[in-house]
Design a protein around this ligand. Sequence first.
Ligand SMILES: [Zn+2]
Ligand SMILES: [Zn+2]
Length: 403
Amino acid sequence: MASEGPHSRLSNVVSIFLYSNRMPPRRSLSDSDALYILETIGSGEMTQKELATQFKISLPTVNALVTGRTYKHLRGRERGDRQPLGEGRYGFPVTPERRREREASFWARVDMSGGPAACWPFEGAKPGKYGLVQLGAYLVGSTAAFVVAYCLARGLVKAPASGHVIRHLCNNKPCCNPAHLLLGTHQENALDRLAAQRDGSTGPRLVDEPVPPPQGGWIIPSGDMEELERRARASEFWQRVDRSGGEDSCWPWIGRGKHKFGYGQMKWMGIPMTSHRIAYILSNDLAPEDVSRNIHIRHRCPPGGSPNNCNNPKHLLPGTAADNRADCKEDGNMPMGEKHHKGRNFQDALIREIREHYWTAPAEVRPTLTALACRHGVSISTISSWLTGKTRLAAGGPTSRLR
Ligand SMILES: [Zn+2]
Ligand SMILES: [Zn+2]
């Protein structure tokens, strides 16, 4: 049915049959389709009605797009208002390192191999189409690659406001060379196109008078992407650690994600990790795989500090699980008895009661260990350890040797 096209009689009949009591299905346009429509209307190549037919959308939809009521982010109108620029996740601002990484990763997708005078096509942009970059929405509030290039190269944090367009002096839509991009009005843009049509040169053309760079040149950050990402991630980590107490104080975690034992937690290269582990890795310039799972990062905070939630590398020491347990005993933090996660289900009072019942009863009426184990849902060896006092001695009650 779809292949018959909108004007096919059969298709119309089927449509009426299917949608007789319903509105036609709504279809939303992709950003690149919307840009194409704006472009085509601007050039006068097609009418709104023809475009509505071509994209199988309603005329009011095309009209809303053309008059700027919808797809505002593509028009330079209220650009960036969809999401607050500079806002990071969870209320933390974007760090300068993260911004630099994002800018460099944008430019990494621009092909500058032709040299400063040539067109710089955006990676993946089809000839005659604008490249779109999702990242641009965070950087300058526009997803059109050439708009992002125009703003970043000039150090602008927001795309030009309504009523302005960025003209391609080279008439080459995927081009991101800032020397080919000039701010103008919609009218100037339309005149550009008309002039080009009159000359019969609709394709890319050489730029006689490139836009001169500002003082200090175009701002085009680059660098080792892995290194930039590493720095950006580190900056985001330290942003979530409160270091206001000074070099020797405890540095609590103020980011989201609290581990159940009070540790901070963050995803690190896709793996959830406790924050003090990340602090240790970062301060020692290690990779996560350098610190095996068997190595515990111990908190050696001065008395009065905030153990468990401290991320000051000066207070962190690697060790084994045994070291960690010894630390806890020394600090009096070792969870014992009913406070231990395994003992939690068996209150001291219960164990005391079991002992009293067992040891005060005459030997011939005492329940068997098996019966007791079944009743309390534990193993026979657990019951026997309780009764002899080998474990949970602090719970109280009589203990003795089993025969
Ligand atoms: Zn160009
Ligand atoms: Zn500390």
